[in-house]
Design a protein around this ligand. Structure first.
Ligand SMILES: [Zn+2]
Length: 436
């Protein structure tokens, strides 16, 4: 198959590229389309069939027809098209229900790979995943991201290149680049960054050049939103239609999943929970206000609190190591009395914010992510106590408060999931699938 134009999600000049090395070289026929009554524009049936095969992992043509209500001939036509893209394969015969055994169709998780980038305040992490969220390679490095946009872009380029090299496959199989950034992202203007949170970046992330390097689309969203997305696809969030994910790291942010979708707000600022005022006369926050939640539970605040209390705890293990957020977490896990006291303090402040979320959003779950999630029940027990004192019993009774189980790769995984989600909604983003 020759070169083709790709649609770009960020509005870049649409690059062209070839099929992945292992994709079938037959040219796929144009997929069947129907008119969507609600939106008055053509909507492809291919999308829903592809998503169904992805979800079921293995399914027969007859079952696709049964589940979707489509005629067998339409299903057959769509499947022929999808087989030619290399995203779907025939995996052999299934169980017979009397007649000829059906051919089982399988989604090829390894057909493409995705790069997910987590750009934190002080680090960059990159994962390379397959189409089922399995991490094939992972790279991470520290850097003053806020102050050094050029160095950060270079580091992201290096880490992405290293991930692709460690995986060893062809970069023509790359589906796209997803980015998690530590500031609100307006869904209508993903190319912009907040000048308020990241002034040195002058309002633009400049990741387009990375997309152009590999001829793939670039998608960007806020890090807490992508933590929520990762949990919705791969974590405990799968059990809930409505939940709030709170990322506690250098900054503090929330992603609200409402009826299965991220609630970004009118301009992408929903979930900026870190700037909820806890104390009118508290310390000055990065945002310029006083006493924001972040000034109590953000990494810098935690380390400062530990430092202030150290003289009162002469036996603390924290006298023996360099004081960082990680050594504090380690000390909590070792039940060090000073570290545990600071956990209780944090749980009190975080609990005020969580109670507010419960009263405001009534989520089915609150999932705490970021490095602090390592603390598990040591954080959750005092947190639940605070929330219980500060909220309506009915909203707490129907809400599970838990830590995310996805670990330090969660945000980068969410960034990769952003691309997977977009491609399953619009298969023309997959290499080898013709735009409609
Ligand atoms: Zn603030």
């Amino acid at each position: 198959m020759g070169q083709r134009k790709r649609r770009s999600v960020t509005g870049l000049a649409a690059p062209s590229r070839e099929l992945p090395a292992n994709a079938t070289r037959r040219s796929p026929a144009k997929p069947p389309a129907r008119q969507s009554a609600e939106e008055g524009r053509p909507a492809s049936l291919t999308d829903s069939v592809l998503r169904l095969i992805w979800k079921e992992k293995a399914i027969s043509r007859a079952d696709i027809a049964r589940v979707t209500g489509l005629s067998r001939s339409t299903v057959s036509e769509i499947v022929t098209y999808l087989l030619a893209t290399g995203l779907v394969d025939e995996a052999g015969e299934g169980e017979s229900s009397g007649g000829r055994p059906p051919i089982v169709l399988e989604f090829r998780d390894e057909a493409c790979v995705i790069l997910g980038v987590d750009m934190g305040a002080t680090h960059v992490s990159v994962v390379l995943t397959d189409l089922r969220g399995a991490v094939l390679a992972w790279e991470s490095a520290s850097l003053p991201v806020r102050q050094d946009p050029e160095g950060t872009r270079q580091l992201i380029d290096d880490l992405c290149t290293r991930c692709l090299a460690r995986w060893g496959g062809s970069s023509t199989q790359l589906l796209g680049l997803g980015f998690a950034v530590p500031c609100p992202v307006d869904p209508r203007h993903q190319e912009r960054l907040s000048t308020h949170v990241l002034p040195a970046w002058k309002g633009r992330h400049g990741f387009e050049s990375l997309g152009q390097r590999w001829n793939v689309p670039v998608l960007v969203d806020n890090d807490a939103n992508l933590g929520a997305l990762a949990d919705q696809w791969w974590g405990e969030g799968r059990r809930f239609n409505d939940f709030t994910y709170i990322k506690v790291a250098t900054g503090v942010g929330a992603g609200h999943m409402v009826s299965g979708r991220i609630a970004a707000g009118a301009s992408g600022v929903a979930g900026e929970i870190g700037h909820l005022t806890i104390d009118l006369s508290g310390d000055t926050c990065d945002c310029g206000n006083r006493g924001c939640l972040q000034t109590f539970v953000g990494a810098r605040a935690v380390v400062n609190r530990v430092r202030r209390l150290l003289p009162e705890y002469p036996d603390s293990v924290l006298h023996r190591s360099e004081l960082t957020i990680t050594t504090w977490e380690d000390a909590v896990l070792a039940d060090d009395p000073l570290a545990v006291q600071v956990t209780r303090d944090i749980a009190e402040y975080l609990g005020i914010a969580v109670a507010g979320v419960l009263n405001l959003m009534n989520p089915g779950a609150v999932i705490i992510g970021g490095g602090i999630a390592r603390l598990g029940e040591r954080l959750l027990v005092p947190l639940r106590e605070t929330v219980l004192r500060r909220t309506f019993v009915s909203s707490l009774a129907t809400c599970e408060i838990m830590t995310s189980a996805l670990g330090p790769r969660a945000i980068a995984l969410g960034a990769a999931t952003l691309v997977l989600d977009a491609a399953l909604k619009d298969p023309s983003l997959f290499p080898g699938v013709k735009p409609r």
